[in-house]
Design a binder for this molecule. Structure first.
Ligand code: PLP
Length: 467
């Protein structure tokens, strides 16, 4: 995009990264060098929604901050959930450099110490009895492996997953994913047998039950969202696995007892439970894994993102010993499946998370953030719902609290106002400000971000006549 183009709407069918609001923001924010870099990016990269053309250009990433080409710093409350230990942690950089000197690569069929040590460490920290591991380079591939293992171990192929979930970009992952953007129209056809049910979403219960200030009214709904999983498992009778994010990235946390119910239903019908902890694993929600809050262990767990410490790409699939039943076949066979450098990065990242008490930090400061947002809700009537756990939390904006009418345009306005004040985050589902800060965040940084949100909400609500 250049300055001339930015004056006319670029939004063509299927190209939705360039709203008018974004163009206006770009015009007042970017200099010529930034426009030139964005133009080069747009020229060379395949265009896709929520990616290229890009928002801005990054020149530095350090600790909890990213910095653009013009030297503006943003506290990064998104970070694609890779930045648990902050960007460029000195101890991680040193460990990676040392590993590169000692052993830079392991060709397939050769075992190596860092990969084995990481496999052991992951089974030690993961819930339940997950003692066997396979590494991939990205989360999407890890989901493909999980689905194949489930097929091999059950002799079945069907899956149940949730609408609005995201599990990655591969055909398997897109099949179990529930967002139109990643599975419909030009993307299909997808895997057969990929069934979907409506997810838990208490503030906007898809089954139509009322909530009490975002909280479920279980005596009324009888947790229909869990009962429906059981219903489909029973009707089909041959489902291989239920796959889900234990805490939804949107964000939504499950009603109490949800996973226990689904776990029981899976057990009753011979289906495996796969938890996708790619964004939530390693402490994001204030426990090492999001499912630890629910005391429910999956049969298969996938994780990734922060595992590489925000520097290197590595993801993992963990399964129980009893599912390791198809050694004559190949599930992954990935070029980097035992890469010693990515394995060392992951090992060191986990050491840092443990030694710096980062999971506890996310639990404490996440609670503080929710309390402050709850207080803001008493002053900003555009705040419809505030929810989350640890460092996965969000605020859903509405134009009318009774109607719960989504305030998408307002959310976008708040977003650019926050960027202008030095805070970056992500909008999900059109109207939900979604915050996933790094686990190294200090209380002062959290309060700075919350002040920015508070101020921007007030300004934007005024500007939209909703103050
Ligand atoms: C829940 C979930 N699953 C899977 C993935 C895919 O991971 P990757 O982008 O590493 O392929 C993501 C990425 O955002 C995710 O959030």
């Amino acid at each position: 995009m250049n300055k001339n183009q930015a004056q006319t709407p670029l939004q063509s069918e299927g190209e939705i990264n360039t709203s008018e609001r974004r163009q206006a923001w770009a015009l007042k924010t970017h200099d010529d060098a930034t426009f030139a870099a964005l133009e080069a990016d747009a020229r060379h990269f395949i265009h896709q929604s929520v990616s290229s053309p890009c928002l801005s250009v990054i020149a530095k990433a350090e600790g909890a901050y990213i910095e653009d080409l013009q030297g503006r710093r943003y506290l990064d409350f998104h970070g694609n959930n890779v930045h648990h230990i902050g960007y460029g942690h000195p101890r991680l950089k040193a460990a990676i450099a040392k590993q590169m000197d000692e052993l830079p690569f392991a060709p397939r069929r050769f075992a190596c110490e860092p990969a084995t040590a990481l496999a052991k460490k992951l089974s030690d920290i993961s819930p339940g009895e997950l003692s066997k591991v396979l590494f991939t380079t990205g989360g999407s591939d890890a989901v493909e492996v999980a689905l194949k293992v489930a097929r091999a171990a059950t002799g079945r192929h069907k899956t149940i997953s949730f609408w609005d979930a995201f599990h990655g970009a591969g055909f398997g992952a897109a099949s179990v994913g529930g967002e139109q953007l990643f599975r419909s129209h030009v993307i299909g056809p997808l895997l057969t047998g990929s069934e979907h049910v409506a997810p838990f979403a208490c503030y906007r219960c898809p089954y139509g039950y009322p909530d009490k200030d975002g909280k479920p009214q279980l005596e009324l709904c009888k947790m229909m969202c869990a009962q429906f999983v059981r219903y489909v498992l029973e009707k089909e009778g041959d489902v291989a696995a239920v796959i889900a994010e234990p805490a939804r990235a949107v964000p939504y946390i499950p009603p109490p007892g949800f996973w226990e119910e689904v776990r029981k239903a899976c057990n009753d019908h011979g289906a495996l439970l796969i938890f996708d902890e790619i964004p939530t694993g390693l402490g994001k929600t204030g426990r090492m894994f999001a499912c630890d809050h629910d005391d429910v262990a999956p049969d298969i767990l996938v994780m990734g993102k922060a595992l590489g410490g925000g520097i290197l790409p590595i993801a993992a699939v963990l399964i129980g010993e009893q599912l390791d039943v198809a050694g004559a076949y190949a599930f992954g066979h990935y070029t980097h499946e035992k890469n010693p450098v990515t394995a060392r990065a992951a090992l060191t990242t986990i050491e840092i998370i443990e030694e710096e008490d980062l999971v506890e930090n996310a639990a404490i400061l996440g609670q503080h953030a929710l309390e402050r947002l709850d207080e803001m809700k008493t002053r900003h009537k555009v705040l419809g719902d505030v929810r989350g756990r640890g460092f996965l939390f969000g605020a859903e904006l509405v134009t009318d609290r009774n109607e719960k009418s989504p305030a998408d345009d307002l959310a976008e306005d708040v977003y650019y106002r926050c960027l202008d004040k030095g805070l970056s985050f992500k909008i999900t589902m059109g109207n939900t400000l979604t915050f996933t800060p790094p686990l190294i965040l200090t209380r002062a940084q959290m309060d700075f971000a919350l002040d920015v949100i508070d101020e921007s909400l007030g300004e934007a609500a005024q500007a939209h006549g909703l103050g």
